[in-house]
Structures are given as C-alpha cells and as structure tokens.
Design a protein around this ligand. Structure first.
Ligand code: HPA
Length: 257
C-alpha cells in the first residue's frame, strides 16, 4: 500500500528523486504514476498535465487519477497549483494555502460516483481542503524558506482560455483570491473517496486586467522555477512522519442516501 501522494501542477513534473513507473488500471482508464522511495515508505507522484504538459485542464481524466490513488491505498495528497491572483495582497511569486473554492467549471464530471452505483452519495464541503495537511505545511514552510502569504479562495474556471477582464472583476467582488483551472473536480473526488487533500498555490501572474499587465509565459515560468523544489522537498519531509486522519473530517465527509 502507498499511503502518500503528490500531484504536481503546471511546472512541477517530478519530485527530483529517482522514481519507478507504475501503471494503475481503473474503471475510468489507466493512470501512470511515478513511485519514489522515501525511507521505508514509497510516495506516489502524478504529473497532473502529463510529464510534457500535454494534457489541458479540461482533458485531464480526474476520475481515473483520483481512483488510481485510492486503489493503491493513498490517504494523504499534497498538490501544487499554478494560479493567477485577483487579490492585491498576493503577488506573482507568492505562495498561498488554498482553503476553499468557488466552482465556475461547466463541462466536467461532477462526481466520482457514477450512475451505476446503487446509492446516491452527497459530500460535505465545509472543509474541502484538509485542515491537518494545511497546518502541517504551514508549520514546516519556514524551514524551507517558503513565505506563505495567507489562505486563499480558489476560483476554478473551465479554461483553457484565460478569463476576461469583466470575469476577473466579478470574481474579485464575490470573494475569489486566486484563479486556476484544475482544483475542481480534483479536490471534490479526493473528498468523495475519503482522502486528505491539500493544495499549495503558486502565484504566477496577476489575473487578466487586474494590474493592467498581460499574462506572459516567461513570468509564469519564473515563479514556478523559484518555488517548485522547496515545496516538493517540504511535502516529502512531512510525508516522512506518521500522519493520521483523526484530526480532520476527510474520511467522514461522504454520506449515502
Ligand atoms: N487564470 C486561470 N488559470 C491560471 C492563471 C490565470 O490567470 N494563471 C495560472 N493558471
């Protein structure tokens, strides 16, 4: 059983450690994972967009990915997400802890449970992101020279286009801090399957029209390069200790009607 996993977002395609490949077969499709040794244990690594960034946000097989992690025994998942900021306090290059989301996606699967199930499932979203994993990361961040600027509400868009100025103005007014294209439905499926899930947001740009700058690929890459190694090393150190699901509600969030 592999209990711990890292999902690398844009710019984070490996952990920097030696890994073996494992293909997991699920009813939603096959998933290729990298397995990294961490002392006596193994950690699963999944590149969300594929190793060559070839899978767009709307093309990711979220159900297969999350079910594959569940099938191999995963209970704890850390992820990174490249995000734009529509909060003046969070600038490109900053790191934030995602603690809630607003869902603007349109065409994605809404549940890991499909119509073939014999029951109807509902999942509590009062804490979509695991509090326990979030606190553990906050406690260790200093040691890795990661300056967490605060918590952030993630607005998830369908993509792959960026937002319009009017959309960003509206998102900002309704309480979105950062915008990305992938945390929904990933965090939802993790919760449905009783896995603890936490996302570290790496701010790569100001959102469209927010500070008048255009979004450039160069700026996005620089912010990611500065942070990715420190963040994955911090994940691996947290994963070196024993973790428990007793201090959060992640296991009990789904109920059956
Ligand atoms: N919008 C949506 N997704 C993103 C952005 C953005 O500005 N930056 C990085 N991912």
């Amino acid at each position: 059983m592999i209990k711990k996993a890292i999902i690398g977002g844009t710019g984070v395609y490996n952990t920097g450690e030696h890994s073996d490949t494992l293909t997991v077969y699920t009813k939603f499709g096959d998933v290729e994972l990298n397995i990294v040794k961490n002392g006596e244990e193994s950690i699963a690594f999944l590149a969300r967009h594929g190793k060559n960034h070839s899978v767009p946000p709307h093309g990711i097989n979220y159900r297969a990915n999350m079910l594959a992690l569940k099938q191999i025994g995963v209970k704890y998942i850390y992820t990174t997400a490249a995000v734009g900021s529509c909060n003046h306090n969070y600038a490109p290059g900053d790191v934030v802890m995602i603690d809630d989301f607003i869902d603007f996606t349109k065409l994605r699967q809404v549940s890991i449970f499909d119509e073939s199930e014999d029951s109807v499932y509902h999942t509590d979203m009062s804490d979509p992101y695991c509090k326990n994993l979030r606190n553990l990361f906050k406690n260790i961040a200093n040691k890795y020279d990661i300056d967490i600027k605060g918590n952030a509400v993630y607005g998830c868009t369908e993509g792959p286009r960026f937002e319009t100025k009017a959309e960003i103005k509206y998102y900002n007014q309704i309480g979105v801090d950062v915008v990305g294209m992938t945390n929904v439905p990933e965090v939802v499926f993790a919760k449905e399957l009783g896995m603890c899930y936490s996302t570290v947001g790496i701010i790569t740009n100001w959102c469209t029209g927010f500070k008048g700058d255009d979004i450039t690929l160069h700026d996005m890459q620089a912010a990611l390069a500065d942070n990715k190694e420190k963040i994955t090393r911090a994940f691996i150190e947290i994963f070196s200790s024993d973790l428990s699901q007793e201090n959060c509600m992640c296991v009990e969030a789904t109920f059956k009607l």
